[in-house]
Design a protein around this ligand. Structure first.
Ligand code: DAT
Length: 174
């Protein structure tokens, strides 16, 4: 079954701006913001709480079951700090947001992240972990990395994704 609306992943290291981008993009486009974090919590797609990292240990099979129907319909903006778990056939665009490490440090510090989690996330951003994961999981043509340091960056990113969506709709018109 072909989708009448595309599915987009917005990914990147925690603190990079995924939720901010997804919320504004949903407002501007009418696509649905699918917060994986929220679904993991609300639908209990996890095997418990990791105290050291202060995060859920995600049960990926359960999570995929929880979002499968929506993903197959299309029109989802998937908001998650990993992207390799989503089946390739579900995804039309992967946006990897990027941020400078000093800015990321400030944002995560404000969230009171435990030191180990803060350091690991900054290392992950510096080492391009999420971008590499996206390139390994999806065709390079559908992966784009965009800067998310300032609100001007965010505006430009939203314009760009909106333009992409318009084109997708034209290309996929029945
Ligand atoms: P994520 O969902 O990736 O964890 P977020 O959207 O919650 O990130 O953003 C974390 C904080 O950083 C939040 O206070 C908003 C701010 N922020 C994110 N992207 C930004 C940008 N491009 N310009 C200015 N502030 C930004």
């Amino acid at each position: 079954m072909s989708r009448t609306l595309p599915n987009i992943i917005i990914t990147g290291t925690p603190g990079v701006g995924k939720t901010s981008h997804c919320e504004l993009l949903a407002e501007r486009t009418g696509l649905r913001h699918v917060s994986i974090n929220q679904i993991v919590k609300d639908r209990e797609c996890h095997e418990g709480w990791d105290k050291e990292y202060e995060s859920w240990i995600v049960d990926e099979d359960k999570l995929l079951d929880a979002i499968e129907d929506d993903a197959k319909k299309g029109g989802c903006i998937l908001d998650w700090h990993a992207c390799d778990l989503f089946p390739k056939s579900w995804i039309d665009l992967v946006v990897v947001l990027r941020v400078g490490s000093a800015t990321l440090y400030d944002r995560l510090k404000l969230r009171n992240y435990p030191e180990i989690k803060l350091q690991e996330n900054i290392d992950s951003e510096i080492m391009d972990v999420l971008y590499q994961e996206a390139l390994e999981s999806y065709d390079a043509e559908i992966v784009v990395d965009l800067q998310s340091n300032t609100s001007e960056d965010m505006d430009a990113n939203l314009d760009r994704i909106e333009a992409w969506l318009k084109q997708w709709k034209e290309d996929n018109a029945q």
